[in-house]
Design a protein around this ligand. Structure first.
Ligand SMILES: C=C(O[C@@H]1C=C(C(=O)O)C=C[C@H]1O)C(=O)O
Length: 500
């Protein structure tokens, strides 16, 4: 394994010299960012801003960072003139996070646009951005020293994270155990370093500097990184607001709800850009008109394919009962992963869904015969709700449902994507599905892949679109004869052409 390593005093607590089996590549942050991006190193401590820009290429090693609360002392704008008079700033070539932070401070907080220029030497420069050991060394040469972390804190009341331990995604998927081992050693090293710091052979001033930093990565740090990323987006320094993906499978999505990464399918359970709860609401519950059905009919019968972490089912129950507290809800959900309840226990459930999740944890394992097949099923039933999570392959369960006298009012189609899970998007499956839907029932899915549209049309559905939330392309709805927003005529034409 090739590990990128920043040779600054502040990386000392990770005690890299202990990792003798790995190849250590020492460089400044800006170069390490490039090396990791290009896959020339496998993991490393890199600029937090590099993660924010290219998050989809990496996973973060949890609970590790280089952060500061208030002063950091080693990321400074050092100047011979006061801040108000600064028109031109010479910036270090070693940084990515700090340059971006400097821009946020000037262009957003102070509403100023100085000129930025990289420097080769410090000679004759009025104002410079310095990081790392050079900042510590040269700060006393300048009459005005502005600590960027302190300014961030004054404006946001949040700590600031400069560096993250990240691993290249491909490398991680093939070497998970090795990375788990590495991260737990890093964590141990930091802990031990600070336990024994008083005996460490190092000047007191340097010890104080290190003690003032923090090496963990808490919710507060993530909150701060998210805010930072929003500013970077505003300044066009990144294209998309990132999610936060960790090697333990946890993903903190854009609306701050948590989803998990499925390492078998190499895909998260929810889109990173909309957020888990928002996605449920806008791609499934609203397009399927769950509230209208509950209000009008007093009951609803939903098929949820891909229970996953339970967001769609729980959001449906919540929305329905909000509109009509007496509604009778029947949900059949299909889930392939027998351990889905274990996965749910690992996420933090949004406050507004907690009461519904309590129901999930009351489900009991039982058997259910559908058609002539018997499945394992998690069941729950009370006056309002009859919920069955069938543990089965989607195709088998839907095939079996066609032998029952059952018709659904709504279908949430939420398996892994056509790219990684093509068998769940095939024509035959949609033909079976059509048999178990009421004529006016609406089918909703997050995908708008061409194959999916084609197969739905061929199975006898009309298709429509749902405006995008948090991503570029729209998502799909389909129905036999229900009222759905049509696809733009241009799209339909393209599809017709492809069909002949
Ligand atoms: C706290 C510091 O943060 C560093 C700043 C970085 C950046 O600006 O990109 C990257 C890694 C960190 O080690 C420092 O330089 O002292």
């Amino acid at each position: 394994m090739k590990i990128g390593w920043i040779d600054y005093l502040n990386t000392l607590p990770f005690q890299i010299e202990r990792f003798r089996d790995f190849q250590i590549v020492k460089d400044v942050p800006s170069n390490l960012n490039k090396l990791l991006f290009e896959g020339k190193i496998d993991a490393g401590i890199i600029s937090a801003a590099e993660y924010l820009e290219h998050y989809y290429k990496y996973f973060i090693l949890p609970d590790l960072s280089i952060s500061s609360c208030k002063d950091v002392k080693s990321v400074i704008l050092a100047s011979h003139i006061p801040l108000e008079d600064i028109k031109k700033i010479y910036i270090t070539k070693e940084s990515k996070t700090s340059v971006n932070l400097l821009r946020v401070i000037f262009e957003i907080f102070l509403n100023k646009k100085p000129e930025y220029k990289p420097f080769e030497s410090l000679k004759n420069k009025l104002s410079v951005l310095l990081i790392g050991d050079k900042a510590l060394k040269h700060k006393s040469d300048y009459p005005y020293v502005y600590d960027l972390s302190k300014i961030w804190f004054d404006y946001t009341n949040l700590p600031f994270t400069f560096a993250l331990w990240c691993v290249n995604k491909e490398y991680f998927l093939n070497n998970r155990e090795r990375i788990y081992n590495f991260q737990s050693k890093l964590k141990e090293n930091v802990k031990e370093f600070f336990e024994k710091i008083d005996n460490y052979p190092l000047e007191t001033e340097k010890k104080e500097y290190l003690k003032n930093l923090s090496y963990d990565l808490t919710d507060k740090h993530i909150q701060s990184l998210r805010l930072f990323s929003q500013y970077l987006k505003q300044l066009n320094l990144i294209k998309k607001i990132p999610d936060f993906r960790f090697t333990d499978g946890k993903v903190i999505t854009v609306d701050n709800t948590i989803t998990l990464y499925n390492f078998d399918y190499n895909e998260a359970y929810h889109s990173s850009s909309a957020g888990a709860y928002t996605e449920s609401m806008h791609k499934f519950i609203i397009p399927c008109k769950i509230q209208e059905i509950c209000e009008k009919n007093g009951s609803t019968n939903i098929l949820d394919v891909g229970f996953g972490l339970g967001y769609n089912t729980s959001t449906a129950i919540k929305s329905c009962l909000e509109k009509n507290p007496n509604a009778k809800i029947q949900i059949i959900s299909i889930e392939k992963d027998k351990n889905f309840l274990e996965n749910i226990k690992r996420i933090e459930i949004p406050e507004n869904l907690k009461h519904v999740y309590e129901i999930f944890f009351k489900m009991v394992l039982d058997k259910l015969t559908i058609g002539n097949k018997t499945f394992d099923v998690y069941k729950y039933e009370d006056n309002n709700l009859k919920l069955s999570v069938v543990l089965a392959d989607g195709r088998e369960a839907i095939q079996a449902l066609t032998d029952e006298n059952i018709k659904f009012d709504a279908v949430f189609w939420d398996p892994f994507s056509p790219k990684v899970n093509p068998e769940m998007w095939e024509l035959e499956l949609f033909e079976n599905l059509r048999k178990i839907m009421k004529d006016e029932a609406i089918f909703a899915t997050y995908s708008s892949a061409k194959e999916v549209k084609k197969n739905l049309l061929e199975a006898g559905f009309k298709i429509g679109m749902v405006e995008p939330v948090g991503r570029k392309s729209y998502s799909l709805v389909a129905s036999i004869s229900g009222d759905i927003p049509p696809l733009p005529e241009k799209e339909m034409e393209k599809l017709r052409k492809h069909q002949v």
